[in-house]
Design a protein around this ligand. Structure first.
Ligand code: NDP
Ligand code: TDO
Length: 281
């Protein structure tokens, strides 16, 4: 099975590169310089008969910047997603795409896929609009909504905390936002597992799924766990003391049970996954 991965130099893309080294599947990776998902000319470089599955790791993920640069967020998260979906429809190639917990509205208990959509920020809105384009296109798709992704690669909260701990003896982190930290390697491995166990016709239970490591934690407690071996004070603060351009949800814990049941994959607890990641950083 031949798989084309776009946005291959982002953190999730790089986790797919790691997973591909131990996989029986044949992956081809395209970084942004090699393939811009929002540029129609990029698509002329692809040879459809050589591709069985499209995996889209490309996205505009700068949550605060998206508030002020909506057109770029739209170009990548909406138009880019649409162009990949249209390419998939034209050549009958399924698309695996990633979305975010930030598409959901207010919640107070673990969020399932049928929870109301009501993004609290523009990044979330653009990701939702991208999802809609994929659904409308008619392409066979998995849209996997994940949250609080981190890994040894790229920009993420775990690496930011480790960097701040070198620069400061006190870090302030919000204690009133709760979510599900998710190790990007677990997500890439799970997708590879799904594709390895698919039949030749690639008959999969297409649709929308949540994927997050099990467990719920605040950003503050997560920072404390990341920095437990460091000589740094992690002070809990309310969100009002950490003003940002974009609003973040107060409660954003994803329920991944639909994914686990559909694909027979057990997703680890966040503590176990964080430990594996920290060993690699
Ligand atoms: N990070 C997180 O916490 C979460 C992420 N997600 C979703 O998971 C997916 C993967 O995210 P993650 O790996 O963390 O994101 P990253 O920001 O680490 O990676 C995104 C990649 O997309 C590339 N890219 C941007 N625009 C284009 C374009 N027009 N064409 C091709 N490539 C492009 C970027 O290139 P460059 O490096 O040059 O900018 C970057 O390498 C995304 O869909 C994201 O929305 C969901 C929930 C949480
Ligand atoms: C760096 C820092 C952040 N914070 C707060 C701000 C914010 O509320 C929270 C997390 O900050 P970040 O900027 O890392 O988080 P953010 O960019 O909002 O992370 C999100 O990224 C997108 C792409 C997603 O899809 C989401 O699932 C989520 O992972 O921690 C502090 O309180 N203190 C700090 O020193």
């Amino acid at each position: 099975m031949n798989i084309a991965v776009f946005g291959a130099n982002g953190q999730l893309g790089r986790c797919f590169r790691d997973v591909s080294r131990e996989s029986t599947l044949c992956y081809t990776f395209y970084n942004r310089d090699q393939f811009d998902i929002s540029d129609p000319f990029s698509f002329t470089e692809l040879n459809p008969p050589d591709i069985d599955v499209l995996i889209n790791c490309a996205a505009y993920t700068a949550v605060d910047q998206a508030e002020e640069d909506r057109s770029t967020a739209d170009r990548i998260n909406v138009t880019g997603a649409k162009m990949l979906a249209d390419f998939g429809v034209l050549h009958n190639i399924p698309l695996i795409h990633f979305s975010t917990d930030y598409v959901y509205g207010k919640a107070s208990e673990p969020i399932s896929e049928d929870q109301e959509i009501d993004p609290v920020n523009y990044y979330g809105q653009s990701k939702w609009n991208g999802e809609e384009e994929i659904r409308k296109s008619g392409v066979s798709h998995l849209i996997i909504r994940t949250s609080w992704l981190y890994s040894e690669y790229g920009h993420n909260f775990v690496k930011t905390m480790l960097r701040l701990a070198i620069q400061h003896d006190k870090i302030k982190v919000v204690h009133d936002q709760t979510g599900s930290p998710t190790y990007a390697q677990d997500l890439a491995r799970a997708v590879d597992q799904i594709l390895r166990s698919a039949d030749d016709d690639l008959e999969l239970p297409w649709g929308i799924y949540n994927f997050a490591n099990h467990g719920a934690i605040t950003w503050h407690r997560f920072a404390v766990e990341i920095l437990k071996d460091k000589a740094v004070l992690v002070k809990p603060i309310p969100t009002s003391d950490y003003p940002t351009l974009a609003v973040r949800p107060a409660y954003s814990v994803l329920d991944p049970s639909k994914f686990e049941h559909a694909f027979g994959i057990d997703i680890p607890q966040w503590q176990e996954s964080l430990e594996r990641c920290m060993e690699k950083i």
